[in-house]
Design a protein around this ligand. Structure first.
Ligand SMILES: C[S@@+](CC[C@H](N)C(=O)[O-])C[C@H]1O[C@@H](n2cnc3c(N)ncnc32)[C@H](O)[C@@H]1O
Length: 374
C-alpha cells in the first residue's frame, strides 16, 4: 500500500476511536448529570424535613392562624395547633410501589408496627394500593434514587390517599392531574387503577422537573406511554382539551398550613399571608377549567392541604352556585370508612371531607370535595 494511503487510513482509524471515546464520555456525563438532578431534588427535600425538626415556628404565621382557625374550628384548633407545631409527633405513611413490589420492605414495615391503612374488611380496600401507616411518629427511611432501578415505596401524608380514593378511577379512563408536582397523587392513582391515560400537569418549571423524576423513579419505562406530562397553567387546560377527560384531580396550590408554620423568613411569611386572599380566585379558575376539561358524566376531586374555609368549602360552594352543569357527589361512605384512621371535621357537607391532624393520627390538614359534571 502506498505510504500516503496508509497514513490516511491510520488517521481515519484514530478519528473513529476518538469519536467512540467522546460518545462514551458524553453518555457518562449524562448519567452523572441525571444522578445529580435526582439527588439534588431529593436531598433538598430531605434537608428541608430534617431542618424542619430543628427549625422554629414562624410567629407571624402562627398568630394569623390562631386568629382565623380558632374562629373557624373552635376549641379543636388548640390540639391541631399543638400537632402542627411539633414535627416530632408527625407521622408518614409508606405507599408501596406495585411496579417494584418488595415483600422484604412489606415484612420490615410489619415488624416495625406498620399496618395497612385500609384492611381487607374496609370498603376502601384495594388489593393494588398498599399504603402502610403506624400510630407512632417518625418516618421510614427515604429511598435514594438508584439509576435503572425503580423505587419500592413513596413516603406521604396518609390523607393524600383520600383524594385518590375519592376520584375512583376506573381502568382505562382518561385522567388529568392538573397540579401534579411532586407527583405523590399521580403515583397513588397508578397504584389504584390502570388508567388509559394519565395526564400530569405542573405549571412551575422546577417542580415540573421534580414531577418527571418522581414518575421515572416509580413507573416502568413500558408504561410511560400511558403518561403524558405538560407544563401549562392549569387554568388553560379546559380550553385546550375540552371534554377530554373522565376524571380530573385539582390538588390546588393553597396555603399549605404545615409548611407555612415553619417559614424561616418573616418577610416572606408576611408576603404570603398578604397574598393568601388571592388564592381562592386561582382555585376557582382552576376548578372552572377542570369542569371544562371533563366529559359530561365525568367527575372531579378538589383537594387542598389547608384548614382555611375560604380556600375549601367557600370555593366549592361558589362553584356549585355559579356553574349549573355540576352537582355535588356524596362521599359519606368514604368518610365512614376513613373515620377509623383519620380524624374528620364534623359539620361538613356530604360532598366534602376535612382531615384534622391529631396526636397518633397526625394526618392532614387535607380537604377533599367531589363534584360531577352533568
Ligand atoms: C399541592 S401542590 C400539588 C401536590 C401534588 N398533587 C402531589 O400530590 O404531589 C400544588 C401544585 O400546583 C402547582 N401550581 C400552582 N399554580 C398552578 C397553575 N396555575 N396550574 C397548574 N399548577 C399550578 C404548584 O406549583 C404546586 O406544585
Amino acid at each position: 500500500m502506498p505510504f500516503p494511503l496508509r497514513r490516511a487510513r491510520g488517521a481515519m482509524r484514530a478519528l473513529r476511536r476518538l469519536g467512540r471515546l467522546a460518545r462514551r464520555l458524553r453518555g457518562w456525563v449524562d448519567v452523572c448529570r441525571r444522578r445529580d438532578t435526582h439527588s439534588s431534588a431529593e436531598e433538598q427535600l430531605e434537608t428541608k424535613s430534617k431542618t424542619k425538626l430543628q427549625k422554629k415556628i414562624c410567629q407571624v404565621v402562627l398568630s394569623h392562624f390562631e386568629k382565623q382557625y380558632s374562629k373557624e374550628l373552635g376549641e379543636v384548633w388548640n390540639s391541631i395547633s399543638q400537632v402542627l407545631s411539633t414535627p416530632q409527633c408527625w407521622q408518614y405513611a409508606v405507599l408501596l410501589n406495585k411496579f417494584n413490589f418488595s415483600s422484604e420492605v412489606e415484612n420490615d414495615l410489619r415488624l416495625k408496627g406498620y399496618r395497612l391503612i385500609f384492611p381487607e374488611t374496609s370498603s376502601c380496600f384495594r388489593q393494588s394500593l398498599k399504603c402502610y401507616i403506624s400510630s407512632s411518629p417518625g418516618r421510614f427511611p427515604a429511598q435514594k434514587h438508584r439509576a435503572g432501578k425503580l423505587k419500592e415505596y413513596y413516603l406521604l401524608n396518609a390523607a393524600s390517599v383520600l383524594a385518590v380514593l375519592a376520584l375512583e378511577v376506573e381502568n382505562g379512563e382518561k385522567v388529568l392531574d392538573m397540579c401534579a408536582a411532586p407527583g405523590g397523587k399521580s403515583i397513588a392513582t397508578l397504584q389504584y387503577a390502570w388508567p388509559g391515560l394519565l395526564h400530569c400537569n405542573e405549571y412551575d418549571h422546577l417542580r415540573s422537573r421534580w414531577l418527571k423524576q418522581t414518575l421515572e423513579s416509580f413507573i416502568p419505562e413500558s408504561l410511560m406511554s400511558l403518561i403524558t406530562v405538560s407544563q401549562l397553567d392549569g387554568r388553560q387546560i379546559g380550553n385546550l382539551q375540552p371534554e377530554g377527560f373522565d376524571k380530573v384531580l385539582v390538588d390546588a396550590p393553597c396555603s399549605n398550613d404545615r409548611s407555612w408554620l415553619f417559614c424561616s423568613d418573616t418577610q416572606q411569611a408576611t408576603l404570603r399571608l398578604a397574598q393568601r386572599k388571592a388564592l381562592s380566585a386561582i382555585q376557582i379558575q382552576l376548578l372552572r377549567s377542570a369542569i371544562k376539561a371533563l366529559r359530561p358524566g365525568g367527575s372531579l376531586v378538589y383537594s387542598t392541604c389547608t384548614l382555611s374555609k375560604v380556600e375549601n368549602s367557600d370555593v366549592v360552594t361558589h362553584i356549585l352556585d355559579s356553574c349549573s352543569n355540576v352537582c355535588p357527589v356524596d362521599m359519606s361512605a368514604l368518610a365512614s370508612s376513613a373515620s377509623q384512621e383519620f380524624t374528620l371535621a364534623s359539620g361538613v357537607q356530604q360532598h366534602e371531607l376535612l382531615v384534622l391532624p391529631e396526636r397518633g393520627k397526625a394526618w392532614g390538614p387535607m380537604y377533599v370535595a367531589k363534584l360531577k359534571k352533568m
